[in-house]
Design a protein around this ligand. Structure first.
Ligand code: GDP
Length: 210
Protein backbone atom coordinates (compact mmCIF):
# COMPACT_ATOMS: atom_id res chain seq x y z
CA UNK A 1 0.00 0.00 0.00
CA UNK A 2 1.08 3.54 -0.77
CA UNK A 3 -0.18 6.73 0.82
CA UNK A 4 -1.01 9.13 -1.98
CA UNK A 5 -2.39 12.00 0.05
CA UNK A 6 -2.17 12.96 3.72
CA UNK A 7 -3.75 16.12 5.06
CA UNK A 8 -4.23 17.51 8.54
CA UNK A 9 -7.93 17.65 9.36
CA UNK A 10 -8.65 18.78 12.93
CA UNK A 11 -7.51 18.73 16.56
CA UNK A 12 -10.20 17.82 19.07
CA UNK A 13 -10.27 18.16 22.87
CA UNK A 14 -12.54 15.14 23.37
CA UNK A 15 -13.94 12.11 21.58
CA UNK A 16 -17.37 13.68 21.05
CA UNK A 17 -15.73 16.53 19.11
CA UNK A 18 -13.88 14.17 16.76
CA UNK A 19 -14.89 13.92 13.08
CA UNK A 20 -17.73 11.62 12.08
CA UNK A 21 -16.46 8.02 12.41
CA UNK A 22 -17.24 7.16 8.81
CA UNK A 23 -14.00 5.41 7.83
CA UNK A 24 -11.30 3.20 9.39
CA UNK A 25 -9.10 4.87 11.97
CA UNK A 26 -5.65 4.13 13.40
CA UNK A 27 -4.16 5.83 16.45
CA UNK A 28 -0.48 6.34 17.29
CA UNK A 29 0.67 6.87 20.86
CA UNK A 30 3.80 6.57 22.97
CA UNK A 31 5.88 8.44 25.49
CA UNK A 32 7.32 11.81 24.61
CA UNK A 33 10.27 11.76 22.23
CA UNK A 34 9.64 8.12 21.20
CA UNK A 35 9.66 9.16 17.52
CA UNK A 36 5.92 9.36 16.90
CA UNK A 37 5.94 12.41 14.63
CA UNK A 38 8.89 11.00 12.70
CA UNK A 39 7.12 7.67 12.19
CA UNK A 40 3.89 9.33 11.03
CA UNK A 41 5.85 11.47 8.59
CA UNK A 42 7.71 8.43 7.27
CA UNK A 43 4.49 6.46 6.73
CA UNK A 44 2.90 9.42 4.92
CA UNK A 45 5.95 10.36 2.80
CA UNK A 46 5.69 13.88 4.16
CA UNK A 47 8.48 15.28 6.30
CA UNK A 48 6.35 18.10 7.66
CA UNK A 49 3.00 16.50 8.36
CA UNK A 50 3.26 15.83 12.08
CA UNK A 51 5.29 18.43 13.91
CA UNK A 52 8.53 17.00 15.20
CA UNK A 53 9.22 17.80 18.84
CA UNK A 54 7.24 20.99 19.33
CA UNK A 55 6.86 22.04 22.95
CA UNK A 56 6.58 18.58 24.46
CA UNK A 57 3.46 18.04 26.49
CA UNK A 58 1.77 21.27 25.57
CA UNK A 59 -0.72 20.06 23.03
CA UNK A 60 -3.18 17.71 24.63
CA UNK A 61 -5.44 17.23 21.67
CA UNK A 62 -6.60 14.37 19.46
CA UNK A 63 -5.11 15.16 16.03
CA UNK A 64 -6.84 13.74 12.96
CA UNK A 65 -5.27 13.38 9.52
CA UNK A 66 -7.19 12.26 6.45
CA UNK A 67 -5.27 9.71 4.42
CA UNK A 68 -5.79 8.44 0.92
CA UNK A 69 -4.03 5.28 -0.11
CA UNK A 70 -3.87 2.86 -2.99
CA UNK A 71 -2.84 -0.76 -3.15
CA UNK A 72 -0.38 -1.88 -5.77
CA UNK A 73 -2.65 -4.65 -6.98
CA UNK A 74 -5.99 -2.93 -7.44
CA UNK A 75 -5.11 0.77 -7.62
CA UNK A 76 -8.32 1.28 -5.68
CA UNK A 77 -8.36 4.41 -3.51
CA UNK A 78 -9.16 4.04 0.17
CA UNK A 79 -9.70 6.83 2.66
CA UNK A 80 -8.97 6.46 6.36
CA UNK A 81 -8.03 8.50 9.43
CA UNK A 82 -4.64 8.55 11.08
CA UNK A 83 -4.70 9.90 14.62
CA UNK A 84 -1.75 11.41 16.43
CA UNK A 85 -2.46 11.19 20.16
CA UNK A 86 -0.67 13.19 22.84
CA UNK A 87 1.69 10.79 24.57
CA UNK A 88 2.45 9.93 28.15
CA UNK A 89 5.47 10.52 30.34
CA UNK A 90 5.89 14.25 29.96
CA UNK A 91 7.72 15.36 33.08
CA UNK A 92 6.42 18.89 32.81
CA UNK A 93 2.73 18.03 32.95
CA UNK A 94 0.95 19.00 36.13
CA UNK A 95 -1.16 16.54 38.11
CA UNK A 96 -4.26 18.24 36.69
CA UNK A 97 -2.99 17.90 33.09
CA UNK A 98 -2.18 14.23 33.66
CA UNK A 99 -5.72 13.60 34.89
CA UNK A 100 -7.16 15.41 31.88
CA UNK A 101 -4.91 13.41 29.57
CA UNK A 102 -5.96 10.08 31.11
CA UNK A 103 -9.64 10.86 30.83
CA UNK A 104 -9.40 12.14 27.26
CA UNK A 105 -7.32 9.16 26.09
CA UNK A 106 -9.40 6.50 27.86
CA UNK A 107 -12.63 8.04 26.52
CA UNK A 108 -11.28 8.31 23.01
CA UNK A 109 -9.81 4.79 22.90
CA UNK A 110 -12.84 3.09 24.39
CA UNK A 111 -15.59 5.04 22.64
CA UNK A 112 -14.25 5.63 19.16
CA UNK A 113 -16.26 3.18 17.08
CA UNK A 114 -14.12 3.19 13.92
CA UNK A 115 -10.78 2.74 15.72
CA UNK A 116 -9.34 -0.42 14.18
CA UNK A 117 -5.92 -0.45 15.77
CA UNK A 118 -3.76 1.41 18.27
CA UNK A 119 -0.06 1.55 17.48
CA UNK A 120 1.88 1.79 20.75
CA UNK A 121 5.36 3.14 20.09
CA UNK A 122 8.30 2.01 22.18
CA UNK A 123 11.90 3.20 21.91
CA UNK A 124 13.84 0.02 21.17
CA UNK A 125 16.98 1.36 22.84
CA UNK A 126 15.55 0.97 26.33
CA UNK A 127 14.89 -1.89 28.67
CA UNK A 128 11.15 -2.43 29.27
CA UNK A 129 9.73 0.67 30.93
CA UNK A 130 7.02 0.54 33.58
CA UNK A 131 5.03 3.34 31.96
CA UNK A 132 4.80 1.48 28.62
CA UNK A 133 3.88 -1.82 30.26
CA UNK A 134 1.18 -0.14 32.31
CA UNK A 135 -0.31 1.51 29.24
CA UNK A 136 -0.35 -1.80 27.36
CA UNK A 137 -1.99 -3.47 30.38
CA UNK A 138 -4.74 -0.82 30.29
CA UNK A 139 -5.39 -1.58 26.63
CA UNK A 140 -5.67 -5.26 27.50
CA UNK A 141 -8.08 -4.57 30.33
CA UNK A 142 -10.21 -2.50 27.95
CA UNK A 143 -9.94 -5.27 25.33
CA UNK A 144 -8.73 -2.97 22.59
CA UNK A 145 -6.75 -4.06 19.51
CA UNK A 146 -3.19 -2.83 19.46
CA UNK A 147 0.25 -3.48 17.98
CA UNK A 148 3.67 -2.50 19.28
CA UNK A 149 5.97 -0.39 17.13
CA UNK A 150 9.59 -0.40 18.26
CA UNK A 151 11.26 2.79 17.06
CA UNK A 152 14.82 4.00 16.33
CA UNK A 153 16.16 0.54 15.41
CA UNK A 154 19.06 2.13 13.47
CA UNK A 155 20.45 3.53 16.72
CA UNK A 156 21.23 0.08 18.13
CA UNK A 157 23.12 -2.97 16.93
CA UNK A 158 20.76 -5.70 15.66
CA UNK A 159 21.63 -7.90 18.64
CA UNK A 160 20.60 -5.20 21.10
CA UNK A 161 17.35 -4.58 19.20
CA UNK A 162 16.51 -8.26 19.41
CA UNK A 163 17.40 -8.39 23.10
CA UNK A 164 15.24 -5.42 24.02
CA UNK A 165 12.26 -6.65 21.99
CA UNK A 166 12.57 -10.02 23.66
CA UNK A 167 12.79 -8.60 27.14
CA UNK A 168 9.73 -6.39 26.53
CA UNK A 169 7.69 -9.42 25.57
CA UNK A 170 9.08 -11.45 28.45
CA UNK A 171 7.76 -8.75 30.78
CA UNK A 172 4.42 -8.76 28.99
CA UNK A 173 4.17 -12.51 29.24
CA UNK A 174 4.06 -12.25 33.04
CA UNK A 175 0.49 -11.00 32.63
CA UNK A 176 -0.49 -11.79 29.06
CA UNK A 177 -1.40 -15.09 27.49
CA UNK A 178 -1.16 -13.78 23.94
CA UNK A 179 1.43 -11.37 22.66
CA UNK A 180 0.58 -8.58 20.25
CA UNK A 181 1.68 -8.08 16.69
CA UNK A 182 4.84 -5.99 16.52
CA UNK A 183 6.95 -3.97 14.09
CA UNK A 184 10.57 -2.85 14.29
CA UNK A 185 11.09 0.52 12.62
CA UNK A 186 13.60 3.17 11.69
CA UNK A 187 13.03 6.45 9.91
CA UNK A 188 16.62 6.30 8.67
CA UNK A 189 16.54 2.87 6.99
CA UNK A 190 12.72 2.89 6.49
CA UNK A 191 12.60 -0.49 8.18
CA UNK A 192 9.03 -1.44 9.10
CA UNK A 193 7.34 1.09 6.81
CA UNK A 194 5.96 -1.41 4.28
CA UNK A 195 4.91 -3.84 7.00
CA UNK A 196 2.88 -1.24 8.89
CA UNK A 197 1.22 0.04 5.71
CA UNK A 198 0.39 -3.52 4.61
CA UNK A 199 -1.08 -4.25 8.02
CA UNK A 200 -3.27 -1.13 7.77
CA UNK A 201 -4.28 -2.18 4.27
CA UNK A 202 -5.40 -5.59 5.58
CA UNK A 203 -7.42 -3.97 8.36
CA UNK A 204 -9.01 -1.57 5.84
CA UNK A 205 -10.02 -4.51 3.66
CA UNK A 206 -11.53 -6.37 6.61
CA UNK A 207 -13.46 -3.18 7.52
CA UNK A 208 -14.87 -2.71 4.02
CA UNK A 209 -15.90 -6.38 3.86
CA UNK A 210 -17.67 -6.29 7.22
P1 GDP B 1 7.85 12.45 19.27
O1 GDP B 1 8.04 13.40 20.41
O2 GDP B 1 7.45 11.09 19.75
O3 GDP B 1 6.94 12.97 18.17
O4 GDP B 1 9.30 12.21 18.64
P2 GDP B 1 9.99 12.86 17.33
O5 GDP B 1 9.42 12.28 16.10
O6 GDP B 1 9.99 14.34 17.49
O7 GDP B 1 11.46 12.26 17.49
C1 GDP B 1 12.29 12.56 18.58
C2 GDP B 1 13.74 12.56 18.13
O8 GDP B 1 14.12 11.24 17.73
C3 GDP B 1 13.97 13.44 16.90
O9 GDP B 1 15.23 14.06 17.05
C4 GDP B 1 13.99 12.45 15.74
O10 GDP B 1 14.77 12.89 14.65
C5 GDP B 1 14.60 11.23 16.39
N1 GDP B 1 14.13 9.98 15.75
C6 GDP B 1 12.85 9.56 15.62
N2 GDP B 1 12.79 8.36 15.00
C7 GDP B 1 14.06 8.01 14.71
C8 GDP B 1 14.67 6.87 14.06
O11 GDP B 1 14.02 5.90 13.60
N3 GDP B 1 16.04 6.88 13.96
C9 GDP B 1 16.80 7.89 14.46
N4 GDP B 1 18.12 7.79 14.32
N5 GDP B 1 16.27 8.97 15.05
C10 GDP B 1 14.91 9.04 15.20
Amino acid sequence: MQITKATYLISSPSVDKCPKPDRPEYAFIGRSNVGKSSLINMLCNNSKLAKISVTPGKTQLINHYTIESTTAKSNKKTSWFLVDLPGYGYAKRSQQQRKQWSKMIEDYLRKRKNLLNIFVLIDVRHEPQKIDLEFVDDLGEWQLPFAIVFTKADKEKPGAVERNVKSFFEKMREKWQFLPRYFITSIITKQGKEEILDFIDDCNKAFSNS
